[in-house]
Write a protein that binds this ligand. Sequence first.
Ligand code: THU
Length: 130
Amino acid sequence: MNNEQKLYNLAQKARENAYAPYSEFKVGAAILTANGNFYSGCNVENASYPCGTCAEAGAVSAMICGGDDKISEILIMADADEILPCGNCLQKIAEFSSGNTVIYSADLNKIVHKYKLRYLLPHKFSAKDL
Ligand code: THU
């Protein structure tokens, strides 16, 4: 199985466990790191809506907890024509990425788009801006 397929399968499994009773919009995300490790996450909503977290945030947390910090590829999956990370999540992803990090967007059947992070977030806020 190639890396794209592994990312797809992991995001699919994560999405099944998403907790999205308010929006009913389940999202799964999966990360492949520079070390060749995989991590996943799902969105976790909350009755206090702003407390909810995106699938990408969950996957990034799992990656950091697992001891990795370089994202090579990340796949986002939802029941949508094209799911892309929100602005907040692009910044979260960018913290651990280069402009060449690949972002796959997938629906419930297949990967539908592939972008480089630099295309979706040309200017990130970084440590040098502090
Ligand atoms: N959501 C994600 O998990 N990732 C995205 O890229 C966009 C939105 C979640 C947040 C919320 O639980 C639901 O989708 C509807 O916005």
